[in-house]
Ligand binder design. Structure first.
Ligand code: SAM
Length: 355
């Protein structure tokens, strides 16, 4: 299927027709394309959820600032380094530092953490996922040694973005961040939730077209899962079928991108990760955070953090990957999409971006 030449209308009609059950031909084409570009390797990243404090109040997210029902925590540099050491012992070559937008982690603090990780493991890749910051801040973090940055765009439809976020969070700033990160030479990950409230086949088609324009190095796609203490606690969650359709369409749109089979996908279906591989995904991110903290990083209800989702159970993850017909790759696993530093702020691109 020639997804790259499809119009928004064609994409949205296709999505609408395949909402419940993905077309097996689409899945096998997407998996075949992944094999052609990356082989049958599944890359493993160690995920360190280092703070659940967040200044934002996203309507879908369990660590939103208004949620008084969770224990807030922050990991020190030493605690983060302990997680990295454990990851090295397991042979991991990429560490993903994810957290809420937490003012405690100033540029100085984050740069110190990045430098210590790089001193300890110079050959590893450090991925950050700490939300919206200024161009200057992203530049400092890059210069300190950060290699990659994950910042899901969440939805490429401005009006839909406004329904998922409080009014002080602006879609234009999210897009500005993504283009700034690209221009600074980061390997950049965008992405969105499937089945978020008010999402339609049209907004999903817009997501695909947005990704085509941005050409990110990674795309994170997982089902929306309600979290009881949020305003969306009683909304319906995203389905397995539609998530697989969107994973496969994204693989066809961006054959050279890295696509994780997310924890959220593993949470809604016990074989979700394997089904994700079957739709063209090729990354998993088991949890390296201190075990006693994992329950507090509660983005959504029943979030998996044990079994193959826990880095210390890497043998279980290897078995899952091999049983599904793939090999596990714990190396850096860089994206095939080139990271190009242009030293030109991405701001201009935002104006080019048409809604
Ligand atoms: N603060 C950083 C940011 O904004 O990118 C990283 C942390 S944020 C919690 C990571 C991702 O979790 C978000 O991009 C969002 O897509 C996902 N997420 C949050 N709440 C979710 C939910 N209820 N269901 C599924 N995914 C969710």
């Amino acid at each position: 299927m020639d997804v790259r030449s499809m119009t928004k209308r064609e994409l949205s009609e296709y999505i609408e027709a395949n909402r419940d059950a993905p077309d097996p031909a689409l899945l096998s084409e997407a998996a075949g394309l992944r094999d052609e570009y990356y082989g049958r390797r599944i890359f493993v990243r160690g995920l360190i959820e280092f703070t659940n404090c967040c200044r934002n109040n996203c309507l879908y997210c369990g660590i939103r600032s208004a949620n008084r029902g969770i224990n807030r925590y922050r990991l020190t540099k030493e605690e983060i380094l302990e997680c990295v050491k454990e990851g090295r012992r397991l042979g991991l070559g990429t560490f993903v530092l994810q957290g809420g937008e937490d003012a405690h982690y100033t540029d100085d603090v984050l740069c110190g953490i990045i430098r210590s990780i790089k001193e300890y493991a110079p050959d590893c890749a450090v991925t950050l996922s700490v939300g919206e910051r200024s161009y200057e801040s992203y530049k400092r973090l890059k210069d300190a040694g950060a290699d990659r940055y994950l910042l899901r765009h969440e939805t490429a439809d401005k009006a839909h973005y406004g329904l998922l976020h409080p009014k002080e969070m602006l879609f234009g700033n999210r897009v500005r961040c993504l283009y700034d990160l690209r221009s600074l030479g980061y390997q950049v990950g965008a992405g969105f939730m499937v089945g978020s409230p008010y999402q339609t086949s049209e907004t999903l088609a817009e997501d695909l077209l947005f990704l085509k324009r941005l050409e990110p190095h990674m795309v994170g796609i997982g089902p929306f899962i309600p979290q009881a203490a949020t305003p969306f606690g009683d909304k319906r969650g995203g389905t397995l079928g539609l998530t697989l359709t969107m994973l496969a369409l994204t693989r066809l749109m961006l054959p050279r991108t890295l696509i994780p089979a997310t924890t959220a996908l593993g949470t809604i279906d016990s074989r979700g990760r394997e089904k994700g591989f079957g739709a063209g995904a090729n990354v998993v991110m088991p949890n390296l955070s201190p075990r006693e903290r994992r329950g507090d990083y509660a983005l959504y209800d029943n979030k998996l953090c044990t079994g193959a989702e826990a880095a210390e159970s890497i043998d279980q993850l290897r078995a899952l990957i091999e049983d599904a017909g793939y090999t596990m790759d714990t190396g850096r696993g860089d994206s095939l999409v080139e990271a190009v530093r242009s030293d030109r702020k991405g701001k201009d691109k935002v104006y080019e971006y048409k809604q």
